[in-house]
Design a protein around this ligand. Structure first.
Ligand code: G3I
Length: 372
């Protein structure tokens, strides 16, 4: 009996512990031949990966350019040389990988995972349980609760299992709370049809499919201590007490210079770190209101650089914040102008890939942290 308890306890401890040094790659940020001098990944301190979304799917499908990831050579070169982590922007989402009930489409996701492996990059998987970008067959289907549960379980097991050992962090649950801190029980098909208990199950299924992957909650507007981040804090505390394998909490950080910088970002990350969780910045960009000319002023670019720098510094200041990702690195493919009329210039490079002050601010901040 005692022996069984010890074995159980150590299995639970293994499930809950945060594998900070990911065993898949010893020092992915070093990148060997891929870490060209003067790049973000080369400047990063040991143990911190610097990521970008890999553009494709989603809003790109409506734009007058071919698939960025496969077609734009300069884009691919920079994605490979500047970063040590990549996140499929849309290519692992439900509507992309699971277009019909009995059909998966893994071509684009496979290509990103292979690209990353060749360049000694890690991958952030995005995402498994979300209210958005679900296929019509799922949202409009007439399924019983039992069928939905088995559809979700099969999806999680198949997708996570396919990339077992090759995804460092998974955004298991994405945006499950609204800004008041209430669960999105109407919009989110899983919460609506299966109840809040499904969240713990998805983490358990994902952990079973890939025991080495770090499993995250991910959301926007949770950079500060507020009703929404408080809701995550309470939920995660509760799930950890139940020994559900939750390993991380991440802030998307879609920021805007219209609003003040979330000055308590570091403190907010730290309180999750104190719970024993990994933390991460997963989708940083900083949009702004563009002047008539469409070209940002020097002041705007300086303010943007300051927001990028402070977000990175907050992550650097928290021990378990080991993954820092920007939601695309060039304005050429940014989602921002498509979603926010009159706003743009949210990334660190212009459309022609020339570097903005924000890029230099990131590199300088990384470099300083590396030398410390
Ligand atoms: O689903 C419709 C489809 O029915 C329609 O035919 C088609 C034509 O316009 O549009 C489809 O919706 C698109 C959707 O992706 C699904 O492919 C939207 O127009 C498109 O704007 C959307 O863009 C993606 C967006 O997520 C969806 O929320 C962006 O490319 C992607 O960058 C963005 O990424 C999210 C993260 O996953 C989570 N955090 C926020 C972040 C920014 O929104």
């Amino acid at each position: 009996m005692r022996a069984i308890r010890i074995v159980t306890a150590s299995l639970v401890a293994a499930a809950l512990s945060v594998p900070l040094a990911w065993p898949g790659l010893a020092t992915p940020q070093d990148g060997g031949q891929h870490a060209e001098r003067g790049t973000l990944r080369a400047a990063a301190p040991r143990g911190l990966v610097i990521g970008s979304a890999a553009a494709g799917g989603g809003h790109h499908l409506d734009q007058p350019y071919p698939d960025p990831f496969t077609s734009d050579r300069e884009y691919r070169r920079l994605l490979g040389s500047e970063f040590s982590s990549v996140s499929p922007e849309n290519q692992m989402k439900w509507d992309f990988v699971h277009p019909e009930r009995d059909r998966y489409e893994f071509g684009a996701a496979d290509a990103i995972v292979a690209f990353a492996a060749e360049r000694r990059q890690v991958v952030r998987g995005h995402t498994l349980l979300w209210h958005s970008q679900n296929p019509a067959w799922l949202e409009e289907g007439d399924f019983s609760a039992e069928e939905l549960r088995s559809i979700l379980r099969e999806h999680v097991t198949t997708v996570v299992g396919r990339y077992r050992g090759r995804v460092q962090q998974w955004d298991v649950a994405n945006e499950i709370f609204d800004d008041t801190g209430a669960l999105r029980t109407q919009e989110n098909i899983w919460l609506r049809e299966l109840g809040p208990g499904i969240v713990a199950d998805v983490f358990r299924w994902a952990h079973r499919a890939d025991p080495r992957a770090q499993l995250f909650f991910n959301d926007y507007n949770v950079e500060s201590v507020n009703a929404k981040s408080d809701a995550y804090f309470a939920l995660i505390t509760d799930l950890r007490a139940q020994r559900v394998p939750v390993h991380g909490f991440s802030v998307q950080a879609h920021l805007s210079t219209r609003y003040g910088f979330p000055a308590d970002l570091r403190d907010n990350l730290q309180r999750f770190d104190d719970l024993g969780l990994a933390t991460a910045v997963t989708e940083l960009d900083v949009r702004m209101d563009l002047p008539e000319s469409g070209v940002p002023t020097a002041e705007q670019l300086a303010q943007q650089a300051d927001y990028y720098r402070r977000t990175l510094q907050a992550c650097l200041d928290v021990e378990g914040c080991r993954s820092f990702t920007i939601w695309g690195f060039t304005d050429k493919y940014s989602w921002v102008p498509v979603f926010f009329e009159g706003e743009g210039s949210a990334t660190v490079m212009r459309e022609d890939f020339s570097r903005k002050p924000a890029y230099h601010a990131l590199r300088r901040t990384l470099h300083e942290a590396r030398r410390r």
